[in-house]
Design a protein around this ligand. Structure first.
Ligand SMILES: [Ca+2]
Length: 320
């Protein structure tokens, strides 16, 4: 697992209190961020992954968050996907179409479009496609591609080309959305950034896939909706796209930590990460471990133990 260097910024507020752990609060407009619905052929497999489509012809599958998300709180949706390698030794691997889409939409669809439309729910919506099949009628590039789309799979706002995505391997996807800007990450690398999609106050989000005359198995897992805690910071102290959290340390000071949402998250449900704290600009005066854990509201709980008095902390870094 690749975990990039994560920088923390800290502001200290000298207030009383003695809590020791905190959680990033989910801030959905409509409710829980782990309540998904299944559309058309999608179903949860015994291993917990979501089978969006099999390699049958002309099928669709969707996995949609039931409740709307507050755009001001939304940071990213991330998931893993696997699309089967065409013409592999497995006779059920299919022939290489069509791909997976993520829709940011004003409503939840009741049915989905098959074939090259890849179950993208277009009306009033934008999204991202992971397209493995060339369709000239949709202005596709000749090679498998990832694109920001709006209204339809034929309206590519920005495209990145030539990714091996249907190779029967698991790949990671993350899509950040703030204001009118979308950033797309594939296997931990940013491949697209585009400003100019619809601005939502709240929206529904879902992942879909489809087959047409050509087919493939399309499976997702570990779908996470990441939101920032909102309302705790002024605009001046809460940069856009930061996940923020408050901490109250043992020595009666509230610590306000932020980490940038574009950084790679731990892939597992929990992961320990070592940290170093710089006091008075000197590196590594304090060392320890952070424990990341997936909270009950699909946020991340951060538990930490800092033994320094914290009064002159300039920087806190997470290190590999
Ligand atoms: Ca296509």
């Amino acid at each position: 697992m690749k975990r990039r260097f994560i920088s923390f910024t800290i502001a200290l507020f000298f207030l009383t209190g003695a809590l020791f752990a905190t959680a990033v609060q989910a801030a959905a407009a409509g409710g829980a961020l782990d309540d998904f619905i299944f559309i058309d052929a999608a179903y949860e497999r015994e291993d917990g992954a979501i089978q969006l489509t099999s390699s049958e012809i002309y099928v669709t599958g969707g996995y949609w968050l039931r409740n709307p998300v507050d755009a001001a709180a939304f940071v990213a949706i991330e998931f893993e996907f696997m699309m089967s390698e065409p013409y592999s030794y497995d006779l059920e691997s299919g022939t290489g179409a069509d791909g997976i889409t993520v829709s940011f939409a004003p409503a939840v669809p009741t049915d989905l479009d098959f074939g090259e439309k890849m179950a993208f729910y277009g009306p009033g919506a934008f999204g991202v496609e992971f397209d493995t099949w060339y369709n000239w009628i949709r202005d596709d590039p000749l090679v498998p591609h990832i694109a920001v789309i709006q209204e339809s799979v034929g309206d590519h706002l920005k495209t990145a080309e030539d990714f091996l995505m249907n190779d029967s391997e698991w790949h990671r996807a993350k899509i950040c959305y703030a204001n009118d800007e979308v950033k797309v990450y594939f296997d931990g690398v940013q491949v697209l950034a585009y400003a100019g999609v619809y601005r939502f106050e709240s929206f529904y989000v879902g992942i879909g896939a489809a087959t047409g005359g050509a087919t493939q198995n399309q499976i997702i897992r570990n779908v996470k909706i990441i939101t920032a805690a909102v309302g705790k910071f002024s605009a001046a102290t809460k940069p856009a796209n930061f996940i923020s959290m408050t901490e109250t340390s043992k020595n009666s000071r509230i610590w306000v930590l932020s980490f940038y949402a574009d950084e790679t998250y731990p892939d597992g449900t929990a992961a320990k990460v070592k940290y170093e704290i710089s006091l008075n600009g000197n590196n590594a005066n304090q060392k320890g471990e952070y424990l990341f854990d997936k909270g009950p509201l699909a946020g991340y709980t951060l538990v930490y133990d800092v033994k320094g008095n914290g009064s002159n902390i300039k920087e806190l870094k997470l290190v590999k």
